[in-house]
Structure formats: structure tokens, C-alpha cells
Design a protein around this ligand. Structure first.
Ligand code: M6R
Length: 608
């Protein structure tokens, strides 16, 4: 979490840093600050609250200067306040730095530095770094930073400036993302590409332990031993508009609307000209696959929910047993993983700490590993043996939408491929499913036409204090995602429960007017769902059903229905989640919530 930016060049740094931070606010938004070198001094402004607060202060009291660093924070150590906000600066004001990550041994370092006479003013782990760099500083900032990081345990991406060496920014990373932007007579650092796109599409991704020293005209990169490294620049293929709202009120709504394209962009590169799945990045032969005795899918939050659909699809089409696990649990339960395990980590950002740790644990135990991720060059993409990029384009809203649907598309293609290679899926069925998947761009477009109807429902329900999402089979997995979407952006207490489990406890909570969202897309389980709907209605629930269009019966049973285009039962999740995303969105808007930046959350969770 936290976003960092840095600029060195001939222009005024302040507006460039602010614009960069605007693009990184999704990473954290409880305080923000900048440090800019000007006329022999480093000036710092940092404030609790959204970036706007900092912007207002800078308007009143601008900081001139063309070398600077900036930060937007998601607090881990110390409450969000002006003091704990970054940048942090040495007592004598000669070194300032911004940090993304967590220093795990900061207490020990702090005690030692206090003994050495350093005076601490904040509760942050980051202040330790600034004092460490200061402690080792003997006129060479690179050396001091290198010696400081030698003492640090944990994760960090740093941007450091010194008034004694104002012609450079020193930047280094370990386990936290950092991109170096290559400009003309100007250079940049940032936690993520959108912050740089307005200025450059040429970037370097730093590897763990690497340091970049930026001057106005040059970027020098060194490995962890201080040896120069030659790096190939990476050219970003998306444009600035991908990271803009483009007329939508919120990124979340924009990203919901981008799903038809994102689904096509994930699917089409995996189909050859005969519409057969060919996953270049994941070329397992029949023999390789036969050696696998189980697949483990591990992820967090929404990505975990996509993994539940992945389990369903792989077991259904390829008949390989699949276990799913929440990444934060996986590594502490000593799971059965060995060389015969195929381990799939799912992560939109590719930098979620728990998912990364689980991936490392699976590798350590000998599993073949694969990452399904959206972010090129991300940590999990670098560490997994194979990478399946979802090509959904940048997802900025904290609430994940298009990442989820494209992760599901990824799983379908993997399941189909495995099924065909193993002979567990009839060729005819294989082709029918692919043909159907190819209609999903259109089907999701059609679904989005009904958003006003969903807004109407949301406007009637936004005052509810709790909601329950129920489903059976694959619908149960989608119910969990719908429920997460509602709670994270509207702050309504919401719970998802397998419909058959209701009567084992949860039904006690259903009373007059309780909102129950019931997924009824599985033909085979429809009658069972009907019983559950009747049970909750008998206790006063207001039921909104998600059903396949053409289902007349459900109109009589539920209070309201959100229809999805007809499709095979196995494929419904891509469609049925869309009304749930829209319902959550409109309820959150009706409640006046900050949809893109829900309280207490951040887009990428790089801490355990
Ligand atoms: O970047 P990741 O996919 O690894 O993120 C995992 C979760 O933190 C994420 O899906 C989270 O649950 C979303 N905010 C939900 O909308």
C-alpha cells in the first residue's frame, strides 16, 4: 500500500508530483505529502486526509523546485496524522524520503538509533529509515542508502533526496513495487505506471535489491552489490485514457463498463484461428498434466472468489481435484503440496503480500507454479513459473470488477485446455463452450443496458442495514463476490451463505424487510433455491433474485428480478456478477459513499 512518486528535470516538480499522486491515490489515501528541493533547502508539506488537502495547502503556499518526491499513505504504523505522513526528513533537514512497505525490525533499529542519539518524532517504521540513511551518510547518498537497507528487514520501495546532492534521486526496492520512468531531460519514479503515463511510456522495472540513481539526464541502475546493471526498457502499451475516468463519475462504473472489452481481450489471445485454446504462456503437455495429481488455487478477496469458479470449472471439465485456499491461511497450515501439485496464484495487482508469500511457500515445497495476474512485471508474475496475463487494463477502483470477470475467463480457458488434453471433456462440448464464451462480449454489453433498472432497485434498498446473498453450487461462489462488493463500498453489513446452510443458523437473522439477494441461475438447483427463497420470504425478507432471462416462474416468487442472458449453467458467473456489481455500486452512491476509495481500504495490500 502507499504510493510514491519522484521527479527530477527542468519543470516545476510540485504539479507533476501531485498529478502522479492522484493516479496512485487508490493505493492509500489517509494522508499525503511532498518534499521538494529548492534553493539549498528541502521543503516539506504533508497533511492528514485526502490528497486534496495537500493540494489546497500547496496552492496557498507553493513550493518551487524541480527535484522532489511525494507520497500517498495507507497507515500501518501510527495513526494517519500530519506528523506520521510522509515524506520523513532528518532532524537537520538534509535528507528526505518516501517509503512504501513495512520495516519488520524497526523496533530494534529504533532502539539502537535512539542510543546513537537520534531523536524520533513519529510512530512510523519509516522514520527509522531516514535516521539510518543519515547515520551512514558520509557525503555519498547511494552508499548511505545501500548501507541503510543492509540493516533493514521487510519490504520497501524508497525515494530519497538530499540537499547536499540535489542533482539526484536515489531509489531502491525490495518486495514493494517501483517503476522508473524514462523521460527526455527528466526522469521519474512511481509505485505504478499510471502515475507516469502522462510523461512517458518507457519504463524500467527494478528487481529486488536494485537501486536506480536518477539525474535530469541519466538513469543508472545497480544490483544489490552496487554493480551497474544493463536493463531493457519496457514500453507500456496502454494510453493515458486507460487511467482516466473518461466521463464516468467513478472508476468503478467505468471498469464495470469495460468488462465486455476486457473479456474479449483476455479470451481472444488464447484462441487460435480454429478457435481452439492455445495458452502460449502455459504450455503443459498431456504427460505434464498427467503428472499433476492436484491443483491448488490460492488468492485473497475477489481474486479468491474467482478461484472458487476456477475450481468448479477445472473439476468439471478436466476432472482434476482442486483445492482453494485463502492466501493468508495457506502458508500457516503446512498444506500438502509437492512436485505433483500445480499451484495457481490469482492476483489482480500481482503484489498482494499474502498471495506472494503463499506462492513462495508452494515453490519451496516443489510445486509447479502459475500466476493469473493483470499487472505486467508484478511480483507474482516474476516469481511464478508461468504467467497468464488477464489483459484487463488498469483497474483503479478499489472494488475489483473487470479483474474478477477476466480471471474467470482465464480459468475457463485453462479448464477447457486441460479437459481436452486429458480427454475428460468431449470435443463437441469443448467447441460448444468456446462458441458460447465468444458471445460473452455481446452478452455483457446487453446486460449493462439494464443498469437503470438496477439503480431503481438500489434506490429502494439503500437504507437497509444488512443484506444476505444466497446461492447454490457455482452461484454460491458468485454470491460471495456480490456480498463482498456491497459491504466494501456501501458499508452495509452483508453476508453470503450457501442457501442450503440458511436453516442451520443464519435464517435466525432474517426479519421484516431484510434484503436477500438470491442467485438462481443453475437449472439443476433451481427448485432447491426456490425453497430457500420461500423460507426467507416467509420470515419477511425482501428478495431480489438473479435469474436467467426467460425464467417466468421466478417473477412470481421474488420481489424483484435482475435477469441475465441465457447461457450454459457452467458459464453463468461472468454474467451473474454484473448485476451484483451494479447493485452494490448504486446502493453505495445512494448512501453517499466514496465508491472508488472506500474507508479503511487500499487497492493493493502489500502488508500481511
Ligand atoms: O490484487 P489482488 O487481486 O491480489 O487483491 C486481492 C484483494 O485484496 C482484492 O481482490 C480485494 O478483495 C478487492 N478490493 C475486492 O473488491
Amino acid at each position: 500500500m502507499c504510493g510514491i512518486v519522484g521527479y527530477i528535470g527542468g519543470k516545476q516538480a510540485s504539479p507533476i508530483l501531485i498529478e502522479g499522486l492522484q493516479k496512485l491515490e487508490y493505493r492509500g489515501y489517509d494522508s499525503a505529502g511532498v518534499a521538494i528541493y529548492n534553493d539549498g533547502e528541502i521543503a516539506v508539506q504533508k497533511y492528514k486526509g485526502r490528497l486534496k488537502v495537500l493540494e489546497e495547502h500547496l496552492e496557498k503556499k507553493p513550493i518551487p523546485g524541480s527535484v522532489g518526491i511525494g507520497h500517498t499513505r495507507w497507515a500501518t504504523h501510527g495513526e494517519p496524522n500530519d506528523l506520521n505522513a510522509h515524506p520523513h526528513i532528518t532532524t537537520d533537514g538534509h535528507i528526505a524520503l518516501v517509503h512504501n512497505g513495512i520495516i519488520e525490525n524497526y523496533t530494534r533499529l529504533k532502539e539502537w538509533l535512539i542510543e546513537e542519539g537520534k531523536i524520533f518524532k513519529t510512530e512510523t517504521d519509516t522514520e527509522v529509515i531516514v535516521h539510518l540513511v543519515d547515520y551512514f551518510y558520509e557525503g555519498d547518498l547511494e552508499k548511505a542508502v545501500r548501507r541503510a537497507i543492509g540493516k533493514m528487514e521487510g519490504a520497501f520501495a524508497l525515494g530519497v533526496i538530499s540537499k547536499n546532492e540535489p542533482e539526484k534521486i536515489v531509489s531502491v526496492r525490495k518486495d514493494s513495487p517501483l517503476v522508473v520512468g524514462i523521460g527526455k531531460e527528466e526522469n521519474f519514479i512511481a509505485s505504478d505506471i499510471p502515475a507516469l503515463l502522462k510523461h512517458t511510456k518507457e519504463v524500467y522495472f527494478l528487481d529486488d535489491g536494485e537501486m536506480a540513481v536518477l539525474t535530469e539526464k541519466d538513469i543508472a541502475i545497480y544490483d544489490e552489490f552496487g554493480q551497474p546493471v544493463e536493463k531493457e526498457p519496457f514500453t507500456v502499451t496502454w494510453d493515458v485514457s486507460s487511467a482516466e475516468k473518461e466521463g464516468y463519475e467513478h472508476f468503478m462504473m467505468k471498469e464495470i463498463h469495460e468488462q465486455p472489452k476486457a473479456i474479449r481481450d483476455t479470451l481472444s489471445p488464447r484462441l487460435n484461428d480454429r478457435n481452439m485454446v492455445e495458452i502460449e504462456e502455459f504450455n503443459l503437455s498431456r504427460e505434464d498434466i498427467q503428472r499433476i495429481d492436484k491443483i491448488m488455487i490460492v488468492a485473497c478477496g475477489t481474486a479468491y472468489h474467482a478461484g472458487l469458479i476456477g475450481k468448479f470449472a477445472i473439476e468439471k471439465f478436466a476432472k482434476i481435484p482442486v483445492e482453494t485456499d485463502i492466501a493468508s491461511e495457506f502458508r500457516y497450515r503446512d498444506p500438502f503440496v509437492n512436485e505433483k501439485t500445480l499451484f495457481i496464484a490469482v492476483s489482480q495487482s500481482g503484489e498482494t503480500a499474502d498471495t506472494l508469500a503463499a506462492l513462495r511457500e508452494a515453490k519451496r515445497k516443489g510445486a509447479r507454479t502459475m500466476a493469473i495476474t493483470n499487472v505486467v512485471g508484478s511480483r507474482v508474475s516474476r516469481e511464478a513459473d508461468d504467467v497468464y496475463y488477464t489483459w484487463a487494463g488498469p483497474e483503479i477502483a478499489v472494488a475489483s470488477t473487470k479483474a474478477y470477470t477476466t480471471q474467470i475467463v482465464a480459468f475457463y480457458t485453462i479448464a477447457l485446455d486441460l479437459g481436452l488434453k486429458l480427454g475428460t471433456l468431449k470435443e463437441e462440448t469443448y467447441h460448444q463452450i468456446i462458441k458460447e464464451l465468444l458471445t460473452f462480449g455481446e452478452k455483457t454489453e446487453a446486460l449493462l443496458q439494464y443498469k437503470k433498472d438496477i439503480q431503481f432497485l438500489a434506490d429502494a434498498q439503500f437504507n437497509n442495514t444488512s443484506a444476505f446473498y444466497i446461492g447454490r453450487g457455482i452461484d454460491d461462489a458468485v454470491a460471495r463476490e456480490g456480498s463482498l462488493k456491497l459491504k466494501e463500498i456501501s458499508y452495509i453489513h452483508s453476508e453470503a451463505i450457501a442457501a442450503g446452510e440458511l436453516k442451520h443458523g443464519t435464517i435466525a437473522l432474517i426479519e421484516d424487510g431484510t434484503l436477500v439477494v438470491a442467485l438462481t441461475t443453475q437449472d439443476r438447483l433451481y427448485d432447491k433455491m426456490l425453497s430457500a427463497i420461500k423460507e426467507v420470504k416467509a420470515r419477511g425478507a425482501y428478495v431480489i433474485a438473479v435469474a436467467k432471462e426467460g425464467n417466468q416462474d421466478i417473477q412470481k416468487e421474488a420481489d424483484a428480478v435482475m435477469s441475465i442472458p441465457d447461457t450454459y449453467d457452467e458459464l453463468t458467473p461472468i454474467l451473474s456478477v454484473i448485476p451484483l456489481q451494479l447493485l452494490a455500486y448504486y446502493i453505495a452512491v445512494a448512501r453517499g459513499c466514496d465508491v472508488d476509495k472506500p474507508k479503511n481500504l487500499a487497492k493493493s495490500v502489500t502488508v500481511e
